[in-house]
Design a protein around this ligand. Structure first.
Ligand SMILES: [Zn+2]
Length: 388
C-alpha cells in the first residue's frame, strides 16, 4: 500500500510511505509501487496513540445507579457487578473495547483489573487483538497486606504491572505498608508498579511521597507510575519537590473532573493534578480514559485524544503538549520499546489523523487511517482487516 501526501508531525514535511507486508518499505519512495494507493491529502501523521489507564473488566457494565456520583459508591456497586460477571461476556467486552481503541488509533493500552479468576480471560483475549494490552493486577483495598497469593499468581501468568491503592486502605499505616508490599513483590517478579494514589480531594493525602521514596531506594523510578494524584490540586505550592524526576504520572481528566469536588462549596475543585508544573519539572505525564460506561462513570469512551484535549482547557496545555502526552509520554509510562515514527524496515505503526493542522484537529473525529503491521482501519472501519 502506498500512502501519498502524508504530513508527519515529526518534521512537518510531506512524505510518500510504502507499506509492504506490514513493514515500512520506504519513507520517501520514488516511482510506482504495487497495490493500493491512498492519497492522505496532507493530513497529519503521528506515531501510535497510547491510552495509559483504563479498567476493562468493568467497562460497559450495569449496576445500581451511583446516586452520590462518588468513587466510593461506584466501587461498592462494582464489587456487586463482579460477582455476576461471566467469562464469555468479559471476553466479548474486552475485544470490543480493543477494537474501538484500534479504530481510534490507540495501539497501546494499560488496564487495571482485580486479581479474580476471570483475569485469566483478559490475559488470553488480548492475544487476539493487534492492540498491545498491558495488564495491571490491581488488588482491592485490604487484600495486598493480607494475602499476596492472588496477585502473585497473575504476575507469574504474564501480567506486566502490579497496582495498589494506598489512600483507600483502612489507615495511613496500612496505606504505607501496602506501598512497601507492592514494591517488594514487583521487584521480586521484575514487574512495573502503577498505583492509584492520592485520588481524593484531601490535601493531606501524601502517599505519592512514600511511593517515590520507595522507588528511589530500590532504583525503580523508571518502573513507577503514579495514577490520578488528584489531591495534588490542593497541595501547598512547593510540595511537588519530593516527586522530582521519579516515576511517570497518569492523569485521567474526564473521570476525575466528574468525581472530584463533590463535597466542595464554590469554587469547586476539579481534581486535576498539577500537570503544567509536573511537565515543567521534567516529570513524564501521560493520559488515560479510566472508567468507561460503568458504576464509577456512566459515560465516556476510550478516546484518549479527547481526554488530553479537555485537560488542556483545565491546565492550559498547548496542542503540542497534548499530542506528547498521548504518544511519546504514554509510551514511556508503559515502557514500550521501539516506539516512534515509521522508519524504513521497521514494523508499520502510524495514525493519519483527520486534520491538516494540529490546532484544528477535532478529537471526536475518527482517524483517517490507522496502520499496525498488517492491521488496518480506514475511517474507523476495521472490520474487514483486523486479525481474528
Ligand atoms: Zn483508575
Amino acid at each position: 500500500m502506498l500512502l501519498t501526501n502524508v504530513r508527519s508531525t515529526e518534521d512537518w514535511k510531506t512524505h510518500r510511505i510504502y507499506v509492504n507486508e506490514g513493514l515500512v518499505d520506504c519513507m520517501d519512495c520514488k516511482g510506482r509501487k504495487d497495490g493500493e494507493v491512498i492519497d492522505c491529502e496532507n493530513r497529519l501523521m503521528t506515531p501510535p496513540l497510547v491510552n495509559s489507564h483504563v479498567h476493562l473488566t468493568i467497562w460497559s457494565t450495569k449496576g445500581k445507579p451511583n446516586e452520590s456520583g462518588t468513587l466510593i459508591e461506584g466501587n461498592e456497586i462494582y464489587l456487586d457487578v463482579l460477582k455476576k460477571m461471566n467469562s464469555d461476556d468479559l471476553k466479548e467486552r474486552v475485544l470490543r473495547a480493543l477494537k474501538i481503541m484500534f479504530s481510534r488509533g490507540i495501539m497501546y493500552v494499560r488496564s487495571h483489573d482485580p486479581p479474580i479468576s476471570l483475569l485469566s480471560v483478559i490475559l488470553e483475549a488480548r492475544k487476539l487483538s493487534p492492540v498491545v494490552l498491558q495488564e495491571v493486577v490491581f488488588p482491592t483495598p485490604g487484600s495486598i497486606n493480607e494475602d499476596t497469593s492472588a496477585v502473585e499468581k497473575f504476575l507469574a501468568k504474564g501480567a506486566e504491572v502490579l497496582g495498589g491503592i494506598p489512600h483507600a486502605e483502612s489507615t495511613t499505616e496500612e496505606g504505607i505498608k501496602s506501598i512497601r508490599t507492592v514494591f517488594e513483590i514487583a521487584s521480586r517478579y521484575n514487574k512495573l508498579v502503577d498505583l492509584h494514589i492520592d485520588e481524593t480531594d484531601d490535601p493531606d493525602s501524601r502517599f505519592s511521597a512514600y511511593a517515590v521514596k520507595e522507588a528511589i531506594k530500590r532504583n525503580m523510578c523508571e518502573s513507577l507510575t503514579l495514577s490520578h494524584i488528584t489531591a495534588s490540586h490542593s497541595y501547598p505550592g512547593e510540595y511537588w519537590r519530593h516527586m522530582r524526576k521519579c516515576g511517570s504520572v497518569v492523569i485521567n481528566p474526564i473521570t476525575n473532573a466528574f468525581l472530584q469536588g463533590r463535597y466542595d462549596n464554590y469554587p469547586k475543585r476539579r481534581g486535576i493534578a498539577r500537570v503544567k508544573e509536573l511537565m515543567r519539572d521534567g516529570i513524564n505525564v501521560s493520559i488515560g480514559t479510566d472508567n468507561v460506561m460503568d458504576s464509577v462513570f456512566p459515560l465516556g469512551d476510550f478516546n484518549v485524544f479527547r481526554a488530553a484535549y479537555q485537560l488542556s482547557f483545565w491546565d492550559s496545555l498547548d496542542i503540542n503538549e497534548v499530542l506528547q502526552t498521548i504518544t511519546f509520554n504514554g509510551a514511556r509510562t508503559l515502557g514500550i520499546k521501539n516506539y516512534g515514527y515509521p522508519r524504513k524496515g521497521k514494523n508499520a505503526e502510524m495514525v493519519v489523523l483527520n486534520c491538516k493542522e494540529l490546532s484544528r484537529c477535532d478529537p471526536s473525529l475518527l482517524p483517517f487511517l490507522v496502520i499496525k503491521g498488517r492491521n488496518l482501519s480506514v475511517q474507523g472501519d476495521s472490520s474487514i482487516h483486523l486479525t481474528d
